[in-house]
Design a protein around this ligand. Structure first.
Ligand code: 13P
Ligand code: SF4
Length: 322
C-alpha cells in the first residue's frame, strides 16, 4: 500500500520494481490514457519514451492541446506547475517533486513582492522558471525562446522588471536596446558554471566547431558564441548550419536530440568550472520513477484555485507570443 502523505513528503515513490520499465510504462500510458511530456534536458531514455519532447515554450503550448486524463511531466516542477495552470481539470503528475530549479529558488514570493514595490509603474516580466506564486505577481511570463519578443510587446518607453535570471535579463536588455529594464539577481547553477577559458581552449583544438549557447550563460560566453538560443532554437540551428561540429554550451541532455537529428555531425559538451554540465534537478526523473508515478498516479501537482486563476493570464499571454 502506498501512503500518499509519505510520497508527498519524500517527493517520489520509493519501491522496489521488477518489471520491464519501458514496456510497463507504455502499457500504463495506454490503459490510463496518459501523455508524457519531456524536456530536452531529460535523460535520453526518458526523452525516448515521451509522447512529446520540447523546450519549455513548446511544452507549455502542447499542454494546452493534450486531451488525455493524465499528463506526466518529465521535467522540473515549474514546468509541471505551468502545465497544471493551463489544464486545471487534468491530473498532472511529476515523478519527483524535488525536481526544482535554481532560478525558481532564487526568487522568493515575499522578496519579489518587496522588489516590485520599489519600482512602481514597471511592467513585470518573469521568465517561466519561477514558482506559480511568482507568476501571480507578473504581467506576462516568457521563456528563453520568446523573451525578446515578449519584452518588445511593450512600447519602448515602458519600464520593465525582468526576473529572475540576470544573464537572460542582460541579454534581453542588450538585444532590445532598452535601458529601462531592471533585472533581478538570479542565475542557473548549470549555465553560470560554464568556463569561458575552457571553452576557448576547446575552440583552439576544434577551430572548425561553432560555439552555440543558451542565453542563461554569462555574457562573456555569449560574446564568443556563433549562435544564441533556447534549447529548441539550438537544435534547429544545428540542423540548418553548414558546420559539422558544435561546442554546445547548455545542459548536456539536449545533445541527445541534436545527435538524433544530425547524422554525420558531432557535438562537444562545453566544460564547466565544476565539471557538472547536467542539471541535477532535471536528472531526478528516471524511468523507474516514471513507471511508479503512472502506476500510483502520484505525486500530483496541486495548486490553490486562486493561484491557478491569477497565474493563468501571464502564462496565456506568454504562449500567444512567438
Ligand atoms: P528552454 O527555455 O530552452 O526550454 O530552457 C529551459 C531551462 O530551464 C534552461 O535552463
Ligand atoms: Fe533550472 Fe538551470 Fe536546471 Fe534549467 S538547467 S531547470 S534553469 S536549474
Amino acid at each position: 500500500m502506498i501512503n500518499k502523505r509519505i510520497v508527498e513528503k519524500l517527493g517520489y515513490i520509493d519501491e522496489e520494481v521488477d518489471v520491464n520499465l519501458v514496456e510497463s510504462i507504455r502499457e500504463l500510458k495506454k490503459s490510463k490514457n496518459a501523455t508524457i511530456l519531456a524536456h530536452y534536458y531529460q535523460n535520453p531514455e526518458v526523452q525516448d519514451i515521451a509522447d512529446f519532447v520540447g523546450d519549455s515554450l513548446a511544452l507549455a503550448r502542447i499542454a494546452t492541446t493534450v486531451k488525455t486524463n493524465i499528463i506526466v511531466f518529465a521535467g522540473v516542477k515549474f514546468m509541471a506547475e505551468t502545465t497544471k495552470i493551463l489544464n486545471p481539470s487534468t491530473k498532472v503528475l511529476l515523478p519527483d517533486l524535488n525536481a526544482g530549479c535554481s532560478l525558481a529558488d532564487s526568487c522568493k514570493y515575499d522578496d519579489f513582492k518587496l522588489f516590485i514595490s520599489k519600482y512602481p509603474n514597471h511592467k513585470v516580466v518573469t521568465y517561466v522558471n519561477t514558482t506559480a506564486d511568482i507568476k501571480t505577481l507578473s504581467d506576462i511570463c516568457c521563456t528563453s525562446s520568446n523573451a525578446v519578443n515578449v519584452v518588445n510587446s511593450f512600447s519602448s518607453d515602458t519600464p520593465i522588471i525582468f526576473a529572475p535570471d540576470k544573464n537572460l535579463g542582460s541579454y534581453v536588455k542588450e538585444t532590445t536596446k532598452r535601458d529601462n529594464i531592471v533585472v533581478w539577481n538570479g542565475a542557473c547553477h548549470v549555465h553560470s558554471q560554464f568556463s569561458l577559458d575552457k571553452i576557448l581552449e576547446l575552440k583552439k583544438l576544434n577551430p572548425d566547431a561553432e560555439i552555440i549557447a543558451h542565453p542563461e550563460c554569462p555574457k562573456p560566453i555569449l560574446i564568443v558564441s556563433n549562435f544564441i538560443g533556447s534549447t529548441a532554437q539550438l537544435i534547429e540551428y544545428t540542423k540548418k548550419s553548414l558546420s559539422k561540429k558544435f561546442i554546445v554550451v547548455t545542459e548536456l541532455g539536449v545533445i541527445h536530440q541534436m545527435e538524433k537529428e544530425n547524422s554525420g555531425k558531432s557535438f562537444i559538451v562545453a566544460p564547466s568550472e565544476c565539471g557538472c554540465s547536467d542539471c541535477s534537478f532535471m536528472k531526478m526523473i528516471t524511468l523507474k520513477k516514471l513507471y511508479l508515478t503512472l502506476k500510483y498516479e502520484l505525486p500530483e501537482i496541486v495548486l490553490p484555485d486562486d493561484v491557478i486563476e491569477k497565474a493563468r493570464l501571464p502564462i496565456e499571454k506568454m504562449i500567444s507570443i512567438k
